[in-house]
Write a protein that binds this ligand. Structure first.
Ligand SMILES: NC(=O)c1ccc[n+]([C@@H]2O[C@H](COP(=O)([O-])OP(=O)(O)OC[C@H]3O[C@@H](n4cnc5c(N)ncnc54)[C@H](OP(=O)(O)O)[C@@H]3O)[C@@H](O)[C@H]2O)c1
Length: 321
């Protein structure tokens, strides 16, 4: 198939493009340097092909408190990106199925996180703008689907993890931040301090498992919103313990700062629809996924650890070998 991927240079985009290429598809991979989607007409140069699928992954966001500090910019930039992609799809590529990414933050935390509730109630205050721009993306898919009979699919991933995450210093999703802090505690003697009381609960999906689900759903499902979640969540304390055990750091040394921002107390996506559509979808066991992610961390130690470490980690430290 001919496939165009926006956000191809990101964490998910890299894994998705690897999979699509190994499946033998012809890809056009976009990022902000090749095609700044905030600019009207930025997609015009890619009109020379007729795409079978467009994966729309591009979004301007980061983890941590980034959304809290950039709500205005996030609104304008993400609305521009999404509007330009939707308009181009409708006008230039109406034969293509558009597979867009939603977010679990779009749900009202007081409601069940089931697909029928995606547009119901109000998202958590600290992520409001980002969440609403994702709701608007879904509203756009539905509207264009209705009026022009365009094929689409909207996937709602829970937090993704795995190797090949960012190494450029931006705010990290909690699991990567946790691994980094524990390694710095172990290797450099830095205090390991986590935000919140550690009882807030999170779910994780291994990035390649998400890609597997996305590719299969994109081939078979149309006109739907589908949550792609692990179906079970654990406390930050549980994740911290697993990581400490693997890295060889005493969990009792971990401190919890209850004055810091932690986001939602719990967010676990309902996955009945996913399992109805893909009954044989299997997930990488958490321990195995963490092992692979931690091994990758060690390969990136120069970029991820040394800037934070007064002295370089000792060469005898536990590495991937
Ligand atoms: N990672 C998760 O846990 C998670 C969870 C739920 C939903 N999602 C959604 O999944 C998608 C991919 O997430 P990710 O973690 O892979 O994000 P990411 O690593 O931050 O990647 C974002 C991508 O968007 C591109 N981009 C940003 N601004 C752009 C612009 N103005 N024009 C064109 N491209 C632009 C970036 O290009 P550059 O590299 O050039 O900046 C990059 O390729 C996003 O829509 C995100 O909301 C992710």
């Amino acid at each position: 198939m001919e496939i165009l991927v926006t956000g191809a240079s990101g964490f998910l985009g890299t894994a998705l493009c690897g999979r699509l290429e190994s499946d033998g598809h012809r890809l056009v991979r976009l990022n902000s340097r090749i095609c700044d989607l905030t600019r009207q007409g930025s997609l015009d140069p890619f009109d020379d092909r007729r795409y079978d699928q467009i994966y729309h992954l591009a979004a301007w966001t980061q983890a941590g408190d980034f959304c809290l500090r950039h709500p205005g910019q996030q609104w304008i930039i993400n609305q521009q990106i999404n509007t330009h992609v939707l308009a181009w799809w409708q006008s230039a590529q109406p034969q293509a199925k558009l597979i867009a990414m939603g977010t679990s933050c779009a749900y009202d935390p007081d409601l069940e996180l089931v697909e029928e509730n995606y547009l119901a109630g109000k998202p958590i205050e600290s992520l409001f703008t980002y969440a609403m721009s994702k709701r608007m993306l879904y509203a756009g898919l539905v509207a264009l689907g209705q009026q022009f009979a365009l094929p689409y699919l909207c996937l709602v991933p829970s937090t993704l993890y795995g190797p090949a995450y960012h190494t450029d210093g931006r705010q990290m999703h909690f699991i990567f931040d946790l691994i980094r802090k524990v390694i710095l505690g172990k290797e450099c003697g830095m205090p390991v301090e986590l935000w919140g009381d550690g009882h807030q609960r999170r779910e994780l999906v291994y990035v390649d498992d998400f890609v597997e689900a996305a590719v299969r759903l994109a081939a078979a499902v149309e006109g739907k919103l589908v949550n792609v979640g692990a179906g079970e969540e654990f406390s930050i304390r549980h994740f911290a313990r697993l990581i400490c055990d693997r890295i060889g750091y005493d969990f009792e040394q971990v401190a919890f700062d209850t004055s810091r921002y932690v986001g939602a107390r719990s967010k676990c996506l309902a996955t009945a629809r996913l399992h109805r559509l893909l009954p044989d979808w299997r997930q990488t066991p958490l321990g195995e996924g963490l092992d692979r992610t931690i091994d990758w961390f060690w390969t990136q130690r120069e970029k991820l650890l040394n800037p934070h470490c007064a002295e370089s980690p000792s060469p005898s430290g536990r590495g991937p070998g």
